[in-house]
Design a protein around this ligand. Structure first.
Ligand SMILES: Nc1ncnc2c1ncn2[C@@H]1O[C@H](COP(=O)(O)OP(=O)(O)OP(=O)(O)O)[C@@H](O)[C@H]1O
Ligand SMILES: [Mg+2]
Length: 362
């Protein structure tokens, strides 16, 4: 059996559409204005039909708009998105302007060419977009502030460790010398104890210096990024016995301070991760800075990680996520290449100078 379908009259569909639809004739006079258009433009079809399309457009866009519509008519194309160069603006009858998206289509009839404009009021969407952008900016500011506080705090702790505890240890050494002076020359037992205590103090000194440097290497401030990274590498090699081939090429211009600190932290985290997770025997480190950009690659030949397990771990772990965030704040990018048994490569690149809003490392 054959079904017959009957469609409602076209005008009924247009009248009940939730999107505003306006039809104009060749002279750009409005010939059809549906109820949705009435709601958006805040005017009645009865008052609008017969008026020029210009009444719905802010004055400053009228000339350009009329030209576009004419050109569209000449192309003979049946449909096109309007305003591809940016948002279009409509004018409500109360004088309020609103952003809109529109497409235009033309129909040729015996009575002439008619253009229909299908539009959408995007005020709400723009408002949401703006709110989203504002909240993203807010988050960036917050991250910047947090990083600043963290770096300051590390610097503070490093200084306290060095100055306060360091001085106490020095005082202790002097006290020991005085104590030793009081012992009889043949009191070998007590003298041996004092020597043992001195060794302990020396070890504590070394740990203290190492911890303070890990927190914030004085070198980064005093000798620059290349020396600080070399120091990290040398430390890593002597601590873990893993071979590192490092190529460090910092041009004549030292990158901005937050950039240098960030690169230092990235190398620090990458090497710590290798010691913790990789079971590697070889590491390649390349750091190159030009006047405009810095690029870092740290690659190991260790066990790597399966992308699925990494995807599961990343949201919870702070190391790589922290690095990503730091680099992102400097308008840079971190990429990771790894697979099970295939080593781990971390690549970071960023502009050599931080954006103006960036946190201060100093
Ligand atoms: N060089 C590497 N070789 C193999 N796996 C690695 C390597 N670096 C990182 N991973 C994997 O990526 C995961 C995430 O690393 P990330 O540094 O973010 O966290 P973490 O080192 O586990 O903890 P932390 O927050 O202390 O840094 C690690 O748990 C590890 O499974
Ligand atoms: Mg880590």
């Amino acid at each position: 059996m054959k079904h017959t379908f009957s469609a409602p009259p076209l005008l009924d569909i247009i009248q009940s559409a939730t999107e505003p639809i306006i039809t104009i004739d060749e002279r750009q006079r409005i010939v059809m204005f549906n109820p949705a258009a009435e709601r958006v433009f805040l005017c009645l079809a009865d008052d609008t039909i017969g008026a020029h399309l210009d009444t719905l457009i802010p004055a400053r866009f009228r000339t350009a708009h009329a030209r576009h519509v004419d050109r569209f008519k000449l192309t003979g194309i049946s449909e096109r998105q309007m305003g591809l160069g940016g948002p279009l603006w409509g004018l409500r009858s109360n004088g309020e302007e609103f952003p809109m998206e529109a497409s235009i289509s033309q129909t040729k009839t015996e009575a002439g060419i008619f253009l229909s404009i299908f539009l959408r009021d995007i005020t709400e969407r723009q408002r949401v977009d703006q709110a989203l952008r504002a909240s993203r900016d807010e988050l960036t500011r917050l991250s910047n502030a947090l990083l600043h506080v963290r770096e300051q705090e590390k610097k503070h702790i490093a200084r306290e460790l060095h100055d306060d505890l360091g001085q106490t240890l020095t005082a202790l050494t002097m006290e020991l010398s005085q104590l030793e002076a009081g012992f009889a020359p043949d009191d070998h037992d007590m003298r041996a104890r004092v020597r043992a205590m001195r060794r302990l103090i020396k070890k504590t000194f070394a740990s203290l210096r190492r911890i303070a440097s890990d927190l914030r290497p004085v070198m980064l401030d005093d000798l620059g990024l290349a020396a600080a990274v070399e120091w990290l590498v040398a430390n890593f090699v002597s601590r873990y016995g893993i071979d590192v081939e490092a190529q460090i090429d910092i041009g004549p211009a030292e990158p901005g301070k937050p950039v240098a600190t960030t690169l230092f932290r990235v190398v620090q985290e990458a090497l710590t991760n290798i010691a913790k997770h990789a079971q590697a025997t070889k590491v390649q480190l390349r750091l190159r800075c030009t006047e405009s950009a810095c690029e870092l690659t740290v690659q190991d030949n260790g066990v790597g990680a399966a992308p699925e397990s990494l995807a599961k771990k990343l949201p919870l772990s702070l190391g790589l996520q922290g690095i990503r965030e730091r680099v992102r704040l400097l308008n840079g990018e971190v990429t990771i290449h790894t697979r099970k048994k295939g080593g781990f490569r971390l690549h970071a690149q960023m502009p050599a100078q931080p954006p103006e809003s960036s946190w201060e490392a100093a």
